[in-house]
Unconditional design. Structure first.
Length: 94
C-alpha cells in the first residue's frame, strides 16, 4: 500500500479504509439496524452489531464514505474494493 503525496499532504488511497472508518461504518450500520432498517443478510442473530459485522464481512454495507481533504475537496471511497482489501489484510478479525 502506498500513500500518494499531493503537495506536502499525504492522501490515503480511495481503495483502503482506516480503522476509524471501519468503526464508523459498523457503528452507523448497527444503529440503522437497531432502528429498524432492513437486514441485508440471512442472519439468525438479533444483535445489531453482529448483523452489521456479518454484512461487512459479506461486503454488502449500503454506505458511502466521503473524505474531506485539507484542500476542501472530497474523495469518495470505493467501498466495495476497500472492504475487500480490509478483509484480506485483517484475516480473523470478523
Amino acid at each position: 500500500m502506498s500513500l500518494s503525496v499531493k503537495g506536502e499532504t499525504l492522501i490515503w488511497p480511495t481503495d483502503r479504509l482506516t480503522r476509524f472508518e471501519v468503526a464508523r461504518l459498523l457503528g452507523a450500520r448497527s444503529l440503522q439496524i437497531s432502528l429498524g432498517a432492513p437486514i441485508l443478510v440471512k442472519e439468525e442473530q438479533t444483535e445489531a452489531s453482529k448483523i452489521a459485522k456479518h454484512e461487512f464481512k459479506e461486503n454488502i454495507i449500503p454506505m458511502t464514505i466521503k473524505r474531506k481533504l485539507p484542500s476542501e475537496e472530497y474523495d469518495v471511497v470505493k467501498i466495495k474494493k476497500a472492504v475487500e482489501n480490509w478483509i484480506s489484510e485483517h484475516p480473523g478479525e470478523f
